[in-house]
Design a protein. Structure first.
Length: 174
């Protein structure tokens, strides 16, 4: 069977290209790597020297604002401190948050972009945990405390997984 190396990029249609471009560029720090203004295409990347674009914003979304189209767009961070930094930045900028969680194998912040698309920034912990695994973490705690708690959760629930149903309900309420 042919092999896929990795997911390279995601393209989404948007209602307000300027608002969305500002959010992904100024709040998440993605770089604009290319623009096709005639077609309404904006190419963004976290590493334009390696990947021309990882996110494509395209004008002309024709679905209602609250239509559930994407389950999530996830961005991997190199360090836990980056996830915490984004969390603080989101709070400072009034970004709508869903929750801050661990999946055992990752720690992340789920949030919504200006058009209601669900997104995540996360850091892989290097721990193994069966999915679903969804427990809240407090990113205002020191990183050592966060990691001690995550290791404890994985030691207790890593083989079978665990889902905090109250957190899961937030997905459907959003």
């Amino acid at each position: 069977m042919p092999k896929i190396e990795e997911l390279a990029h995601v393209g989404i249609h948007v209602h307000d290209i300027d608002t969305m471009l500002r959010f992904y560029r100024d709040t998440l720090g993605l770089q604009v790597s290319d623009i096709d203004e005639k077609a309404g295409l904006y190419f963004l990347s976290s590493r334009p020297d390696i990947e021309h674009h990882e996110l494509l914003l395209c004008a002309g979304r024709n679905a209602d604002q609250d239509a559930m189209i994407l389950q999530q767009i996830s961005f991997r961070c190199p360090e836990l401190e980056d996830v915490i930094g984004f969390y603080r930045r989101f709070v400072e900028h009034g970004v709508r948050l869903e929750y801050t969680v661990t999946h055992g194998n990752a720690i992340g912040v789920y949030f919504y972009d200006p058009e209601g698309n669900r997104c995540e920034v996360y850091w892989p912990t290097g721990l193994k945990a069966r999915q679903g695994f969804l427990l809240e973490v407090d990113l205002d705690e020191p990183t050592d405390t966060i990691m001690d708690k995550v290791r404890s959760y994985v030691a207790e629930h890593g083989e079978d997984g665990i889902v905090d149903m109250a957190l899961l309900a937030r997905q459907t309420d959003a």
